[in-house]
Ligand binder design. Sequence first.
Ligand SMILES: *[C@@H]1O[C@H](CO)[C@@H](O)[C@H](O)[C@H]1NC(C)=O
Length: 241
Amino acid sequence: MLLPALVWAVTTLIWVDHGAEAHPTAAASARRDDAADYDWGSIRCPAVNSQQTFPTPSYRTEKGLFLVCTELVINATPQEVYHALLDFQAYSAWNSFVRNVALPAEVVKTPDDVYAGLEMRFTTAGIIPLLNTTSNEIVTVMKGSFDDGGSPGEGETAPATTATQYLMAAWRYDDGLHGTASKSEHPNILVDRGDGTTLYISYETFFVGPGTLLLLPLKDTLQKQYTQQGLDLKAYVEKTI
Ligand SMILES: *[C@@H]1O[C@H](CO)[C@@H](O)[C@H](O)[C@H]1NC(C)=O
């Protein structure tokens, strides 16, 4: 019991410290420009038990509290995996974590009608036993080809092109409070392995904030669900193509 209590205390202190930085410094804005060149295609999941977190397209300079990450090879092209990821209407057919995705009426067919900025409501299972949970999510990145920089996130410029060939789809959690309670984002990165297969990297960074702190005890559960979701996606895509 002592270790969780310590972790809790330390993260609380980190948050208090963060709260004191009311004014962004010149150093912080400089870091922001560096982060614009982030090489998303080079991200790989850190070792289990690592405290490392990654920036996300919408939150390049925020302080990460914790990360969940899964990575596997899918025997399908990046385009095929990308299609499945954005086909939100089909999620209930394969995804044991995100059981259902509610979409606005103007979205008739996915992935065709999906756009950056689309607001969705996920119904998720397995976080709290026997209960479904819901979360509002907003599509932030749709990089569906290797050449283009993808749709920039809100207020962001397109990521710079990099040597690594990858596609990316991402969405961020919307706490309904402009991120003051909780910021997190889920990038899905699809690296072309050059042989018709894809290295799939799926992660979510939960950034420091009062709402995120409440999720910290659920980290292991969330990690399990992410791992399973990756396996579900692989099984679905490999069966479909
Ligand atoms: C959870 O959501 C799924 C998909 O919408 C639904 O089939 C299931 O009955 C729900 N379970 C509970 C306990 O509400």
